[in-house]
Ligand binder design. Structure first.
Ligand SMILES: [Zn+2]
Ligand SMILES: [Zn+2]
Length: 286
């Protein structure tokens, strides 16, 4: 059986001591993967990692969490004391990376209204994120790549609408003949209705280990057709049951697949076959 972990961060510092071993464990379990960039530095280092191994591809993009200064360092992701935000998507810089044969998509980028830095105007914050997302949709169109979208709603009741805003941006780009190859909403935590609206736009959704413990994701997964689905770990984050709180790794994508199989009453082979085919088609993996 072959699985594709459609969204991992295996080139992050979280794996600097044992990335090759972790990758070997994934391969022993029939798992290939896409390692995802989140800013210029991790886009470049993702290419360095992917070019060393068969069955590993990468993406380049600017995550919404790196657009503003958060006064916070994710040590799983970077080692700087205080990372400098990328206020704009610097197209010329990313242009130097995009033609590498291992780069299969633009992302992860999108909207994240869940962590708003103190002292910033909320509308300005959302606008900045929307601008940077729009720049990357255009960049993907220009280079005929699919997109990997990160979209998370607000932590509070007054900061909602991330999925609605994201769909407007996608629809706007499609209406101009853009993003012909479409893309995926990674780490999907929306409703069945959200998934259906993304399907109308030709977008896949990707399911993480949250499905092993999150009731709303599990109930949505029952209804969303497998034909619209991919699977991912988003490692080192989001470990599935029974590894919650530990560092996640690509080998665990099989647990995500098994949970989906159980929820939908289909075989593990079926989940592996359909989700892998979806990833191969979207990202043109060979
Ligand atoms: Zn993400
Ligand atoms: Zn990610």
């Amino acid at each position: 059986m072959e699985f594709i972990d459609s969204h991992a961060h295996l080139h992050f510092p979280a794996f600097s001591a044992d990335g090759a071993e972790v990758l070997q464990r994934a391969r022993d379990n029939g798992i290939s993967l896409i390692t995802v960039g989140t800013k210029f530095a991790t886009s470049a280092s993702g290419i360095d990692f992917a070019e060393k191994y068969d069955g590993v591809w990468c993406t380049i993009g600017l995550h919404p969490g790196h657009v503003h200064d958060h006064n916070f360092v994710d040590e799983n992701e970077e080692t700087h004391d205080r990372p400098t935000p990328e206020r704009e998507f610097d197209e010329a810089r990313y242009e130097t990376l995009v033609s590498h044969p291992k780069v299969v998509a633009i992302g992860e980028f999108g909207l994240d209204y869940s962590r708003i830095p103190e002292g910033i105007d909320v509308e300005e914050f959302k606008n900045d994120q929307r601008n940077v997302a729009r720049q990357q949709l255009r960049f993907a169109t220009k280079h005929n790549k699919p997109v990997v979208i990160h979209c998370r709603g607000g932590a509070t009741a007054d900061v909602t609408g991330a999925h609605d805003d994201m769909r407007s941006l996608i629809a706007e780009e499609i209406s101009k003949g853009g993003i012909e190859r479409r893309g995926v909403i990674h780490c999907f935590t929306g409703t069945i209705d959200d998934a259906a609206k993304y399907a109308e736009l030709g977008f896949l959704i990707s399911i993480t280990g949250i499905v092993t413990f999150g009731k709303s994701v599990a109930s949505a997964v029952k209804e969303i057709p497998l034909a619209q689905m991919m699977i991912e770990t988003d490692c080192p984050y989001l470990s599935p049951v029974p590894f919650r709180g530990k560092r996640n790794e690509p080998a665990n994508v099989a647990l995500v697949a098994q949970t989906i199989a159980d929820l939908k009453g289909v075989s593990l082979e079926e989940v592996a076959r359909v989700t892998s085919a979806n990833a191969i088609t979207l990202f043109r993996l060979s």
